[in-house]
Write a protein that binds this ligand. Structure first.
Ligand SMILES: Nc1ncnc2c1ncn2[C@@H]1O[C@H](COP(=O)(O)OP(=O)(O)O)[C@@H](O)[C@H]1O
Ligand SMILES: [Mg+2]
Length: 254
């Protein structure tokens, strides 16, 4: 199963991606956490995993990857790599790092320099990578995606089986939820939402805002989560709510 975690900047995509990944691992799944946000810094810190070589760098960086794309465009064999179907085990070993408990992580790529230009190659690479990746019965790929809905247009979402929208208590998130629902419907994709950073006083209000949407869980605002990220430490907090959400998502597989 391939899952894309979406939402506005700062809503908690990276935090929840790590918590979901760990929980699914605990439930007995092989989990590959994919950092698909070129502007994310520190997903590996949250996981406590030492950063693997970025996939884009493995392919020769932005320049090298673009050259490969151009070379192979004529033969409809984009980038040479990632054209056929492959499993997690087929991925370059340099690009996968693991935690002590066996959670695996892959980073698509980052913008290293100011003025490096647009991040399009990262979007293309994300899409091709996900399109070619096949997951087995007890395997889950969780993609921590970039903010907003631009990547919906780039087709990354089309390569996932489920979209999880993370909604924090902002009007912007409520609006985005509507847009995401519409886009998922148009693309015939399954979508569900997690309300994040929820305080008791606003829970009812948030639920009303999302009344028409499939909300599968509510995660409270938690100061230790915030502090650990502020201090650049590994996330240690666990939530029973996250385990419940994972059981719902994995459904009959349990
Ligand atoms: N449930 C929560 N309670 C408190 N703080 C949270 C919670 N979820 C996320 N945060 C904080 O919100 C900020 C943004 O989270 P992050 O996961 O980086 O968002 P995104 O990846 O969507 O940009 C971080 O400071 C993080 O610690
Ligand atoms: Mg993030």
């Amino acid at each position: 199963m391939k899952i894309e975690v979406s939402g506005k900047g700062g809503c908690g995509k990276s935090t929840l991606s790590v918590l979901l990944a760990r929980s699914m691992k605990k439930l007995g799944y092989r989990v590959l956490l994919v950092d698909g946000d070129e502007s994310n810094i520190g997903l590996e810190k949250l996981t406590g995993i030492s950063e693997p070589m970025h996939l884009l760098d493995y392919l020769g960086g932005k320049k090298g990857f673009k050259a490969r794309l151009n070379q192979t465009m004529m033969t409809d064999n984009p980038a040479g790599l990632f054209s056929g179907k492959q499993t997690i085990d087929d991925l370059p070993k340099e690009c996968i790092a693991s935690s002590d408990d066996g959670l695996e992580m892959l980073v698509i790529g980052k913008i290293h320099h100011i003025g490096e230009g647009c991040a399009c190659p990262m979007g293309v690479l994300s899409r091709k990578f996900l399109a070619s990746l096949e997951t087995g019965e007890k395997e889950v790929v969780i993609v921590d995606s970039e903010a907003g809905v631009e990547h919906f247009g780039r087709g990354i979402v089309g390569e996932c089986d489920l979209i999880i929208g993370v909604i924090d208590p902002t009007a912007e998130s409520f609006q985005l939820a509507q847009k995401m629902t519409q886009m998922a419907e148009n693309g015939n994709k399954e979508i569900c939402f997690i309300l994040n950073k929820v305080e008791p006083a606003i829970e009812e209000f948030m639920k009303n805002q999302l009344a028409a949407a499939p909300v599968i869980g509510v995660i409270p605002r938690d100061n230790s989560v915030f502090m650990e990220s502020l201090e650049g430490k590994e996330l240690t907090k666990t939530f029973s709510e996250i385990d419940d959400i994972c059981r719902k998502i994995l459904g009959s597989d349990q």
